[in-house]
Design a protein around this ligand. Structure first.
Ligand code: HEM
Length: 415
């Protein structure tokens, strides 16, 4: 297939326009599929549940070689599960899926909830708190305990800063990017050494913890020593549990933002209405921007709705666009948690963390953790007695990952 004339490389537009880039391109073309170029390569952008079904079929799209170094060197790590296909992917994915038991999900939410209560008990009335930063420390403390990773209380802020930096710097070429790379290097060395010590019997990993699972995981049956994850790779995958869990702090800041803008939802959250809380959490994940799109590579010459996708082209699925598509969501730019009450969510509909079946495809295995952590923290946030001082609460869609500019500052009135 020839690329339509005049399709220029869009890499700078991606970096400049962020979440608006792919939806804007599709709007200008008036279609669900657009041909473009990014990183000097042919690319197509797709959107919608049918596109998601097409994208998550391994006969169509594979991940190997699709992720730019910019992202592997910061967000995911080299050799991560995100970059694997076929049997190698499914085997590695089990490492994560096996952690997602109801007991583990509840235990993580409990640890994070307790860490939040501990932090709030230390707040001074009248002293400002930046919700995004505070939530990052709270979740770091909770998830490290849950994962069996020993961190002294005084080290929590530094670990949290590094985990946040890795997420904050994956989609920029500026100083945030170099901070992310340095943070990744530090934390990979730290966790590789921990895994090493667990294997030598110098540190005990609690049975069934993420640390224990990563240290014992084997990529393929057969020769035991040959297939153990090298310490650095084990560190990469342990970070792929801890880092995205800490990234839930972005949604905690968005929750503070939503409760400030739409305070009418507070009472039902304070009252402990579990069904409403879950709907509120889904609406947070749909409404606020996090991952703009996911990408893979066409495994052969493909056709989607009569339009050809050449073998080797990058295929980008517009997650942000789909979560704001008026054909799927009535009034997509209105924040309406009620839309999820009693709604059965299809596997390819709500896609802030990807779509399809996490057991067979690349969909995020961490959605139950994300929903549980937010369901623990959002009611606590709604119950706080606080003021919101003047600050910049703007959320720029050209910054990836987006955030309220101020991080959301609140001032506690009393405990
Ligand atoms: C802020 C919350 C989170 C967001 C927005 C998020 C988003 C995503 C997205 C968009 C993907 C890529 C899906 C794809 O490539 O098709 C992904 C994959 C992944 N996520 Fe999450 N995630 C979050 C939380 C978590 C948590 C709590 C975990 C903990 C286990 C986790 C672990 C992973 C892993 C291991 C993958 C790779 C899956 C694979 O390639 O098969 N994520 N996530």
């Amino acid at each position: 297939m020839r690329l339509p004339r005049g399709v220029l490389d869009n890499t700078l537009s991606v970096l400049r326009e962020g979440y608006g880039w792919l939806p804007g391109l599709r709007r200008r073309h008036g279609t669900d599929m657009v041909h473009t170029r990014v990183l000097g390569q042919r690319a197509v952008g797709l959107c919608g549940p049918d596109a998601a079904r097409f994208f998550y079929d391994e006969e169509h799209v594979r991940r190997h070689t699709a992720l730019p170094e910019l992202v592997r060197g910061t967000l995911f790590g080299k050799g991560a599960v995100h970059t694997l296909d076929g049997e190698a992917h499914r085997r590695r994915k089990h490492l994560f899926l096996d952690l997602v038991t109801p007991e583990n999900v509840a235990a993580l939410a409990k640890q994070v909830g307790e860490a939040w209560d501990h932090a709030v008990a230390g707040w001074e009335p009248g002293q400002p708190v930046v919700v995004l930063d505070e939530a990052s420390r709270v979740i770091t403390r909770g998830v490290c305990r849950w994962a069996g990773v020993p961190v002294d209380d005084q080290d929590v802020p530094e670990v949290a800063r590094d985990l946040v930096a890795m997420v904050d710097g994956f989609a920029t070429l500026g100083p945030r990017h170099w901070r992310a790379r340095r943070a990744r290097g530090r934390r990979e060395r730290w966790l590789a050494s921990l895994v090493d010590r667990v294997r030598r019997g110098e540190v005990e990993a609690p049975a069934g913890s993420a640390l224990d699972a990563v240290a014992r995981h084997r990529d393929a049956d057969g020769d035991v020593t040959a297939s153990e994850l090298a310490p650095k790779l084990a560190a990469v995958e342990l970070l792929n549990v801890i880092r995205p869990t800490v990234a839930v702090c972005w949604f905690v800041a968005f929750a503070a933002h939503a409760l400030h803008r739409w305070p009418e939802h507070r009472q039902r959250l304070r009252d402990g209405d579990a069904e409403f809380t879950e709907s509120f959490v889904h609406e947070l994940r749909r409404f606020y921007p996090f991952a703009p799109f996911v990408g893979g590579r066409a495994v052969s010459d493909l056709t989607w709705r009569g339009d050809r996708i050449p073998r080797g082209a990058l295929v980008l699925l517009d997650l942000y666009g789909q979560n704001h598509d008026g054909r799927l969501w009535e009034e997509p730019y209105a924040f309406r948690p009620d839309r999820f009450l009693g709604r059965k969510i299809g596997a390819f509909e709500l896609v802030p963390q990807g779509g399809g079946d996490p057991r067979t495809g690349h969909r995020c295995p961490g959605e139950p953790f994300t929903v549980a952590v937010l369901s623990a923290l959002v009611p606590r946030l709604a119950a706080l007695d606080h003021e919101v001082p003047g600050q910049d609460l703007g959320i720029s869609l050209s910054r990836v990952p987006a955030r309220p500019a101020s991080g959301f500052v609140l001032v506690p009135r009393r405990r």
